[in-house]
Write a protein that binds this ligand. Structure first.
Ligand SMILES: [Zn+2]
Length: 451
């Protein structure tokens, strides 16, 4: 295929991590950014296509680092609307145990579509439900990701500690350790791509201290090291979880993490709220990443992640929308806005800027996934871009375009490019029957709840 050079010309504003002047736009060739142009500058070589971006604010494609796609089927479900984490989980587990391949495919496609329309180009999912008949859950998700042309970090989650053994989930939702490890190995062998430009990656992700055995935590860490893949889990989300760890293991959460060989740069943790000063220092020194999930943390009243302390200690910080039963929207722009505002309550308005929050949603999130080829607009990076117009009512009268995206509540990209391919044009996902998807998904959601 001949190389196609595209010039995205003279955008209204561009978000670059290092404040580079890119008002002339950027040039994409073979799916990679090959030139960043200052104001008034033109490409060094002729381009095959020029796209006039004068009405667009240009961002790197946003990266979501924690989700549970299947939960789009249980959004705003009355019995758990006002519950905190543990009772919320215990009410939902039996419903989730009825998940089927068809329902998971629809749920994944809905979550990915929502993310894509919000400017997200790479999505991590944490899937830990493998009831009978759903052994191929991750294979199903790979298919959904490919249909939309997105990048994904699909984590092979697991639950191995059922109620009978002192865990939280019901027995029918847990699997044997060897089954989990064998499937993890199979998925990595089958799907995990390495190096720049990877579209599908696999990580290992035992669910949480209260739903897996210490053995599966330790064995996952050994396997991840051996196969060079990343590790992910929920940690320090609530004080109930901290109590559980103290009672069962006689350890606080970070001591537990350390005891199973997870305290290192290969690991990224969802939530990371309830840490003391020494624990923050240890996580930072280890380079362990933290995915901040502000909406979920507010909905379940779990607490506020100490992002700035963790960053100062050395931990990379990224963002996640979390599962749709606790957010309940999969929108990366709105999540970035929530992060901006929630963190201001903790650290003050001057210290939490829109640029900082957008940096978490892009470069920071990329770091959690162990990637240096995405999350930034710079020469040599993948051409993953999100472009927003400020022509809706909500932006009328706004001045600074970049701040306006977050402060006025931008929620839908006009255009999204992934690896040099347009995946969203005029606010519509290319090749997708959105109304058909919604109709099928709504029906699946109703069936799941009604058993
Ligand atoms: Zn979660």
């Amino acid at each position: 295929m001949p190389a196609i050079r595209i010039w995205l010309k003279n955008p209204l504003a561009v978000f670059t991590a290092n404040d580079l002047d890119a008002r002339g736009g950027l040039v994409v060739e073979n799916g990679v950014i090959v030139e960043m142009l200052a104001a008034g500058q033109s490409p060094s070589l002729p381009c095959d296509q020029t796209y006039d971006a004068r009405e667009h604010v240009l961002l790197p494609g946003l990266i979501n680092t924690h989700h549970h796609f299947y939960q789009t089927l249980t959004r705003a479900w009355a019995p758990v609307v006002n519950q905190p984490l543990f009772p919320w989980l215990k009410t939902l587990y039996p419903v989730w145990a009825r998940l089927t391949p068809e329902k998971l495919a629809l749920a994944s496609k809905v979550a990915l579509t929502e993310l894509l329309l919000s400017g997200c180009t790479t999505a991590a999912d944490h899937h830990y439900l493998f009831p009978d008949g759903l052994e191929n859950a991750i294979d199903i998700q790979v298919q959904s990701v490919r249909e939309l042309g997105m990048r994904a970090m699909l984590t092979r989650g697991s639950m191995s500690l059922g109620e009978a053994d002192g865990g939280l989930p019901p027995q029918q939702t847990v699997q044997q350790g060897q089954v989990i490890l064998d499937d993890s190995q199979r998925l990595i062998d089958t799907y995990h791509e390495r190096g720049d430009g990877a579209y599908i990656q696999i990580a290992l992700a035992p669910c949480s201290p209260f739903s897996v055995t210490t053995e599966i935590m330790s064995e996952s860490a050994v396997l991840a090291e051996k196969l060079d893949v990343r590790l992910h889990t929920h940690l320090a989300e609530t004080l109930d979880e901290e109590d559980f760890c103290l009672q069962r293991f006689g350890l606080r959460t970070v001591d537990y993490l350390d005891s199973v060989g997870w305290l290192g740069p290969r690991t990224w943790l969802a939530h990371g709220i309830h840490f003391n000063e020494q624990e923050i220092a240890r996580l930072g020194a280890a380079g362990t990443g933290i995915c901040h999930c502000p909406s979920s943390n507010m909905r379940l009243a779990s607490g506020i992640c100490p992002t700035m302390d963790l960053m100062a200690a050395g931990s990379p910080i990224g963002l996640g929308v979390d599962g749709s039963a606790s957010n309940d929207a999969s929108n990366m722009m709105l999540e970035t806005r929530q992060a901006l505002y929630l963190q201001r309550l903790r650290y003050g308005a001057q210290n939490i800027t829109p640029e900082l929050a957008l940096g978490w949603a892009s470069k920071g999130s990329a770091k959690l996934l162990g990637r240096s080829d995405i999350g930034e607009l710079a020469v040599g990076k993948q051409a993953d871009l999100a472009m927003f117009k400020l022509d809706e009512l909500r932006f009328s009268g706004s001045h600074d375009p970049l701040s306006a995206l977050l402060l006025c509540g931008a929620d839908r990209a006009d255009r999204v490019m992934i690896g040099g391919q347009w995946r969203v044009i005029d606010g519509q996902v290319e090749g997708l029957d959105l109304n058909g998807l919604i109709a099928d998904h709504r029906q699946a959601a109703a069936r799941l709840i009604n058993g």
